[in-house]
Design a binder for this molecule. Structure first.
Ligand SMILES: C[S@@+](CC[C@H](N)C(=O)[O-])C[C@H]1O[C@@H](n2cnc3c(N)ncnc32)[C@H](O)[C@@H]1O
Length: 253
């Protein structure tokens, strides 16, 4: 399902950080996710120690969708959060999943074809294909650290929600306590090895790098505020191994 116009995967996308965003280009990142789309869900389950369904459920709950509400799920990948949002919104609800990888979008469309009110579209988080103020909430799960400009990512999420609407960001974090250091050994040594076994060593090396370079929760909160969100809070889960940030678009503006 790779787009033939995407460039070949660089030997190792930098996965570094400019401080304000991931240094790898959106095009490089999209091409990489195209390649791992078929193994993504299984690898995710293993990497997270089968914790990720719980994290996603919490993020969906924090989006606080009203019955019949609408949401945009950014960097929607294989569509799990978007599908859960559509179920939470119920009859009359509308959810749009947006992802830069045609491979991911193709898998999401196939897997969730039967979910009413749910659509997926290929698009860039830096310029979301959604109108201003149309949604009750915008979510991003494990996507923010891949974006070339975090502030712009949040600004776009703010733009597409209505005044008072919520912006929710679920992402991996790097707390500094003993258990986290042990977990980090697993993540930084075993995950790339598993990736190599799945024939995707460079992609899972990139994953480790992108987490290593992602700013701490306080900095992410500052990006959200700089993007015009208010009431920003964050909730650590699994001993701070992941965090969920929530902000609101102001009622005025
Ligand atoms: C780690 S996956 C997360 C997928 C999904 N949200 C989940 O919870 O499993 C990151 C996703 O971000 C997408 N992505 C990366 N850069 C993007 C961009 N600039 N715009 C939209 N999607 C992007 C990738 O294609 C990939 O599907």
């Amino acid at each position: 399902m790779s787009d033939p116009t995407t460039p070949p995967l660089p030997a190792m996308p930098s996965g570094g950080s400019t401080g304000d965003g991931n240094a790898a280009s959106a095009r490089e990142v999209g091409a990489m996710f195209d390649r791992i789309a078929p193994v993504y869900d299984l690898m995710n389950a293993v990497i997270s120690g089968f914790q990720e369904p719980r994290w996603r459920r919490r993020a969906v709950a924090l989006a606080g969708l009203p019955a019949g509400g609408s949401a945009v799920d950014v960097a929607s990948g294989t569509g799990r959060v978007a599908a859960s949002l559509a179920v939470a919104a119920g009859p009359g609800g509308r959810v749009l999943g947006v992802d830069i990888s045609p491979g991911m979008i193709g898998k999401a469309r196939r897997d969730y074809a039967a979910v009413p009110g749910l659509d997926f579209v290929v698009g860039d988080a830096m310029a979301l294909p959604a109108p201003d103020g149309a949604a009750d909430a915008a979510t991003i799960a494990f996507g923010m650290r891949n974006l070339p400009d975090y502030r712009q990512g949040f600004a776009e999420m703010r733009r597409v929600v209505r005044p008072g609407g919520r912006v929710v960001c679920l992402e991996i974090a790097r707390p500094d306590h003993l258990l986290a250091r042990i977990a980090r050994l697993w993540f930084e040594r075993i995950v790339p090895a598993l990736g190599r076994l799945a024939g995707q060593g460079d992609a899972y090396g990139y994953l480790v790098e992108s987490v290593r370079n992602y700013p701490p929760p306080e900095r992410i909160a500052a990006f959200m505020e700089e993007a015009g969100l208010e009431g920003v809070t964050w909730t650590p889960l699994s001993l701070g191994m992941v965090t969920i940030h929530v902000g609101r678009r102001p009622l005025e503006g």
